[in-house]
Write a protein that binds this ligand. Structure first.
Ligand code: PGA
Length: 249
């Protein structure tokens, strides 16, 4: 397995005050570990607080939850890749299920964003995943492969640049119903094979994370499943105790 990546997606939680308290408690109990990478995606307003708390620690990277594909301009409410980089972000979450299904983001929007992230020198963490009706219809792999191909379609340096992928079945996100390690493994293999056809040898070292109702009870078995290189955690990353248990696991 690649060096595990454990990612916390705080979504619209943890404003600056809570974020500061969280980081104090987390960092006090989590000394530097070089055998795994921790990634935190705070909401934009808490980004600088979390960056200041992390300081010089290189085992914890920061990311933003979404970006616009333009570098600047009249796009009220949006963040750009150059701004994210300037603030200290290394990774950008792109095409998260909530962006796709709550805010109507299309595959082409996702592709434009991945290309902007590549252009700006950051790493995209591209999220893909099928809905329950798509899985029930036997089309889970078809949906995931098509989201993957579309999302990466505008990137021009796939063979050399770092990309991360998260498999997050929509029916598992925030529902308490995680994919089994076997199901996650099977889909990660599909993703890895597809990546091999898109970016050759880099596919082997591309981190593929599983996300969807990960908690301190199931993290170890999911992370131990073949082809699972990391975890993308929503709800369980908001409590310092359960997040600590997951990253220490
Ligand atoms: P969850 O969210 O862990 O709360 O299911 C995961 C995600 O949306 O990234």
């Amino acid at each position: 397995m690649n060096r595990p990546v454990l990612a916390a997606n705080w979504k619209m939680n943890n404003g600056p005050t809570t974020a500061r308290e969280f980081m104090q408690s987390f960092l006090d109990q989590y000394p530097r570990q070089n055998d795994r990478t921790i990634l935190i995606f705070p909401p934009a307003l808490s980004f600088s607080v979390v960056a200041a708390a992390i300081g010089e620690r290189r085992d914890i990277l920061l990311g933003v939850q979404d970006v616009h594909w333009e570098d600047q301009g009249a796009f009220t409410g949006q963040l750009s890749v150059p701004m994210a980089r300037d603030a200290g972000a290394r990774v950008v979450l792109v095409g998260h299920s909530e962006r796709r299904h709550v805010f109507g983001e299309t595959d082409d929007d996702v592709a434009l964003k991945c290309a902007a992230v590549e252009r700006g020198g950051l790493t995209p963490l591209l999220c893909v995943g099928e809905r329950l009706d798509e899985r029930d219809a036997g089309n889970a792999s078809g949906v995931v492969v098509s989201q993957l191909r579309a999302g990466l379609s505008r990137m021009t340096q796939l063979a050399t640049r770092e990309v991360m992928v998260a498999y997050e079945p929509v029916w598992a996100i925030g529902t308490g119903r995680n994919a089994t390690p076997e199901d996650a493994s099977a889909m990660h293999s599909v993703i890895r094979n597809e990546l091999a056809s898109l970016c050759g040898d880099r596919a082997r070292v591309t981190p593929i994370l599983y996300g969807g109702s990960v908690n301190s009870g199931n993290a170890r078995s999911l992370l131990g499943a073949p082809e699972v290189d990391g975890l993308l955690v929503g709800g369980a990353s908001l409590d310092p105790g359960s997040w600590l248990a997951i990253v220490r696991g």
